[in-house]
Every structure is written in C-alpha cells, then in structure tokens.
Design a protein around this ligand. Structure first.
Ligand SMILES: [Zn+2]
Ligand SMILES: [Zn+2]
Length: 146
C-alpha cells in the first residue's frame, strides 16, 4: 500500500492527507457502520493521527460501541460525507473511511468484522478472513453498538 493517502468529502470543504501507511484496512458490517454508510458496511483504513492533516470543519457524532468505548464518527457538516472515526479504546489512531479516499484502490481490505450482521445482499471478498463479531482484543476497527 502507498505511503501517502489523501481524501475529501463530496463538496470538497474537508480534505485530508497523511504521510503514514495504513496499519490495517477492513470492512465492518455493524449497524452503526451500515446506517452511516449508505450500504451494508463501512470500510476503514486505520492510520496514526500523527502525520494526518485535516483541513476544513468536521462535525463529530459520538456513540458507545459494544465494548462500551466511545466511537466518534466525523463527517462534513455541509455535505454529510463520512470522513473518519476515532475510538476511545485506540487513542492516537484515526480510521479513515475508504469511501472518502481520492483513490479508493490505494488501500486493500484485509479482513471483515461483524459478518453476522451483514445483509445477505452485501457480499464481500470470500478470500478475506471474516469474524462473526469483533474478535477478542480484535482488529483496530471502530465498531458499533448493535
Ligand atoms: Zn463536504
Ligand atoms: Zn462498524
């Protein structure tokens, strides 16, 4: 994967770039990811906050995950595009929404979590490791409450 990722919201008011390569990239089918995505999952690329530069205003929506940890989901207040999330359990990490990347093919998803909550029509790559829920101490992907 490349060492530089960049992205934006739909209207362009929010932009970001990072010099760090993603630590992990994965699909999540939890209800929170589904409801905030427009389809049956969200795809997250976890990058260190250090080196991540965001310009423009982000609005945050905070909600407790299954674990009880707060997940803050950031979106553009003008056009509503999901940009990134932070998880209180993983300080120092930002989870970029793959949908906001300038080049979505710049990342390669490595796993699927909360597969048990996926709609039957939202089929993922069968070759990826998939977890029914969030594995114990599992992959650093922000996940939802239901
Ligand atoms: Zn926008
Ligand atoms: Zn999720």
């Amino acid at each position: 994967m490349p060492n530089k990722l960049s992205g934006s919201c739909l209207c362009g008011a929010v932009r970001y770039e990072t010099s760090a390569a993603p630590v992990v990239v994965g699909h999540c089918h939890c209800v929170d990811c589904r409801k905030s995505s427009g389809t049956g999952h969200s795809t997250h690329a976890a990058v260190p906050e250090e080196g991540l530069k965001v310009t423009g205003e982000l609005k945050f929506y905070d909600r407790a995950a299954d674990s009880g940890n707060t997940v803050s989901r950031a979106f553009c207040p003008k056009c509503g595009s999901a940009i990134l999330s932070r998880n209180a359990a993983m300080p120092g990490m930002a989870f970029l929404r793959a949908s906001s990347l300038d080049d979505p093919d710049a990342v390669s998803p490595q796993m699927i979590v909360y597969k048990s909550r996926a709609p039957r029509w939202d089929r993922m790559d069968e070759g990826l490791p998939a977890f029914a829920e969030m594995p114990e101490g599992g992959p650093p992907i922000p996940h939802g409450a239901r």
